[in-house]
Design a protein. Structure first.
Length: 513
């Protein structure tokens, strides 16, 4: 899985892991923070949440245009500095008045712009590693590894957000609302780690940073490519725009994990768990399962007896620890709604080697689906996840908003749906994500005309931005319609997008060759 990859991949992946850990720690509690701290309705909180996500993914277009002129490396480091300023501002507890709200919005703007300079351009640099012919056939695998690293950061984020908030409340004596800001401060520390990793290992990927000097591997590879005709350039850009149009609706549905699905976890899902099920809510148990998965692959793929023995030992120790931790379980544990967001990154990390093995086997037989076809399959899988939500929500009442004793809106717990529903839905959504997101990024880096790489990667993020803005639909529907209708909307748009993708398949696969 990791063999034969350029060293720069791991350095860039780790730098991105640190940044993503901070981002998802903040995002895990952000929607609930908006409602608790400022007394906002689900719809207004959803509007701010989705608008922030939109800016986070829109600004990479500007970042890409700037990087095409000034270099990807400069934009990445500038972006980290700007993000740090935004998270620092968000970390200051200023209360819940209008001034505090304006400061919060300014912080979000800084975070969004800084992420725009950082995120897309870092991924272009990853793509540039594979412009070297000796790595060209490992591009899809490389982006799968890179995507997995992103989710390692996201895996620990919900637990970190909840634990640091609880610590601020119980040990430091901060109010519930002020304690949220400690979760946001985690992002500042993670960015320091991210920039440290970037500069310590910079020599392994410096040739991908671009800039004015035309002496990088990426520049030489670009210069060596045959000049595309205007017609070929147009065909590639049109194909990319068709893909962008489809992924809008995937992200609209997928990023409900931080909004309507979190509302569902907060208001309808059981707040307690026991037995084997309760073990799923301890992130360290999930880490042990990941060790078992990777050691299992190593056990069968290792070329030496020593390697197989080590892999077997890791599996035995991990299983023993899980059994021991299970023996310590007594009674029920409490569940906080944001903790459900750990399941998606867990599944991504655990299932990445599985998906790579499956597609590797299909590739060896000449039967691996093209990137556009994988994207279409991903849309169908996402539709299946919301079909499950819709079917499971029949008979549940329409969400209500009631006022708490302090005059703030709070969710009314009107049902105790098993946590297994959301655990299963996140599994299905993750299958869709693995088919769509890393393959889509790889497709863009491969198909984009050399002169417009930064802009086209920015275009991918603009599509994501539009989808994220449409996440607000979940907030607007929450409480306005029965739950099954809310989920059916996302089911419908995913199916329509999949049908459109299949209709355009021949055109897309032509440019992907």
């Amino acid at each position: 899985m990791f063999e034969g990859q350029p060293k720069g991949l791991f350095a860039l992946a780790l730098a991105n892991t640190g940044e993503r850990f901070g981002y998802y720690t903040m995002l895990a509690v952000f929607a609930l923070f908006l409602r608790a701290n400022y007394g906002l309705s689900p719809a207004v909180a959803g509007t701010i949440y989705s608008s922030f996500l939109m800016f986070v993914y829109f600004f990479p277009l500007i970042g890409g245009i700037l990087a095409d002129k000034f270099g990807f490396g400069k934009m990445v480091t500038t972006g980290i500095v700007i993000m740090f300023m935004g998270y620092l501002l968000l970390s200051v507890p200023l209360g819940g008045d209008k001034v505090a709200l304006m400061v919060m919005l300014a912080a979000l703007l800084l975070i969004g712009f800084g992420t725009g300079l950082f995120k897309g351009n870092l991924q272009v640099m990853v793509g540039n590693l594979y412009d070297d012919p000796k790595y060209a056939d490992k591009r899809d695998a490389g982006f799968s590894i890179f995507y997995m690293a992103i989710n390692i950061g996201a895996l620990f984020a919900p637990t970190a957000a909840i634990k640091i908030k609880e610590y601020a409340e119980t040990s430091l004596g901060y109010s519930s609302n002020d304690a949220y800001h400690f979760s946001f401060a985690v992002a500042c520390a993670s960015l320091i780690l991210s920039i440290a990793i970037y500069y310590v290992f910079r020599k392994t990927f410096r040739h991908t940073e671009g800039g004015k000097k035309k002496d990088t591997v990426a520049d030489k590879a670009s210069a060596a490519e045959p000049e595309l005709s205007k017609e070929e350039t147009k065909q590639r850009i049109v194909a990319l725009c068709l893909v962008f149009a489809v992924v809008i609706f995937f992200w609209m549905a997928f990023h409900q994990n931080g909004l309507s699905l979190t509302y569902f976890a907060d208001e309808f899902t059981s707040q307690t768990s026991s037995g084997v099920q309760s073990m799923a809510f301890d992130v360290w148990n999930l880490v042990l399962i990941i060790f078992i998965v990777y050691a299992g692959f190593s056990l069968f793929q290792s070329k030496t007896a020593k390697g197989r023995y080590i892999s077997a030992a890791v599996i035995i120790v991990a299983v023993a620890l899980l059994v021991y931790k299970y023996s310590l379980i007594q009674g029920e544990i409490s569940i906080s709604a944001p903790i459900f967001q750990q399941f998606n990154p867990f599944y991504v990390v655990a299932l990445t080697p599985v998906s790579m093995a499956i597609f590797g086997a299909l590739s060896a037989k000449g039967k691996e689906p093209s990137a556009p076809r994988k994207i279409a399959y991903g849309m169908i899988v996402a539709a299946a996840a919301y079909a499950l939500m819709a079917l499971s929500s029949f008979g549940l009442p329409t969400p209500e908003t009631v006022m708490g004793p302090d005059g703030e809106p709070v969710g009314k717990h009107v049902a105790d749906v098993t946590p297994n529903l959301l655990i299963g839905v996140y599994l299905i959504l993750t299958f869709g994500e693995l088919l769509l997101s890393p393959m889509g990024i790889s497709f863009v880096s491969k198909v984009a005309p050399p002169k417009y790489k930064g802009m086209m990667m920015g275009g991918w993020f603009v599509a994501t931005a539009i989808g994220n803005q449409l996440v607000v639909v979940g907030g607007l529907l929450w409480g306005a319609v029965p739950l099954w209708v809310c989920w059916s909307v996302f089911l419908g748009v995913c199916l329509v997008a999949a049908i459109f993708m299949f209709a355009m398949m021949k055109r897309l696969e032509k440019v992907a060759k």
